[in-house]
Ligand binder design. Structure first.
Ligand code: UDP
Length: 258
């Protein structure tokens, strides 16, 4: 099998960054699929911490960086105090787009056939078998993701590789959301991406609409998707590593050392 799974991971500086990346490195290393890990840091330049880490991870990788401009909207403190609205923003948009650009620069519609693209955030947990599933993608494949949106798992319900319905907290509440799945719940063939050179992630999309809006650039109905996995076989979980309780001075030391 000559197929390559391109795994796109945005990452940013925090105490648990290396621990999260290590967990993902281990899952990728155990997989039998051929993986190319595209790690995109949310920073002006690639940092020594991540480049040293990647040099010791046995997975073939590419290291890029782009800083998210204006992480907080203008007057965010005003909104928080007086309007009581949180300063919410999508995360990892510019980083994912940079990785897509890297792929578009490197591949063409002539040599894209063996490539599959997957967006793996750095803090989720991935079963190594997930990447074998991803490598079988023909056009766009989908599967359930554990612990999303207040339910045990969210995603497609499959019958014979076809999506029969969606299982999601939002299906009743937001019927317009045609593909109620998490970022970790789909993979797309590289040729699809190259055939739509303008398809990207966009900061102006509303909250919770990132995956649906992205997929809508390639497909319009659930019948076009390849349904993988089942609810009894969740292979990826949307979790967050708890921030360790470390004194302020030691946190500073950690950042100075790495
Ligand atoms: N991320 C980033 N810059 C930030 C915050 C997050 O690059 O300022 C990355 C993060 O490392 C992760 C992805 O963007 O790979 C999604 O972030 P997060 O998991 O916090 O978002 P959630 O899925 O929980 O909404």
């Amino acid at each position: 099998n000559k197929r390559i799974v391109f795994v796109i991971t945005p990452t940013y500086k925090r105490l648990t960054q290396k621990v999260d990346l290590l967990t993902l490195c281990h899952s990728l290393s155990l997989s039998r699929a051929q993986v190319k890990w595209i790690v995109v840091e949310d920073s002006k330049n690639p940092t020594p911490l991540v480049s040293n880490f990647l040099s010791l991870c046995p997975v073939s990788s590419v290291h890029l960086s782009v800083r998210t401009p204006h992480k907080k909207p203008k007057l965010w403190w005003f909104q928080k105090i007086f309007v009581k609205r949180s300063s919410w923003r999508h995360r990892g948009i510019d980083q994912r787009n940079m990785a897509l650009q890297w792929l578009r620069d490197k591949y063409s519609t002539q040599n894209c056939h063996e490539g599959i693209v997957y967006f793996a955030d750095d803090d989720n947990r991935y079963h190594y078998r997930l990447f074998d599933t991803i490598s079988k993608t023909v056009k766009i494949s989908v599967w359930p993701v554990g612990f999303v949106g207040g339910i045990l798992y969210e995603g497609p319900v499959c019958y014979n590789n076809t999506v029969t319905k969606w299982k999601s907290w939002a299906v009743n509440y937001d019927p317009e959301r045609s593909f109620p799945i998490d970022m970790a719940g789909f993979a797309i063939n590289l040729c699809q991406l190259l055939e739509k050179p303008l398809a990207n992630f966009n900061n102006s999309w509303s909250r919770g609409q990132l995956e649906t809006e992205f997929l809508h650039q390639f497909v319009t109905s659930k019948e076009e998707l390849e349904c993988r996995g089942s609810d009894k076989e969740v292979h990826v979980w949307h979790v967050k590593t708890a921030k360790p309780s470390i004194s302020k001075s030691h946190q500073l030391q950690h950042f100075l050392e790495t």
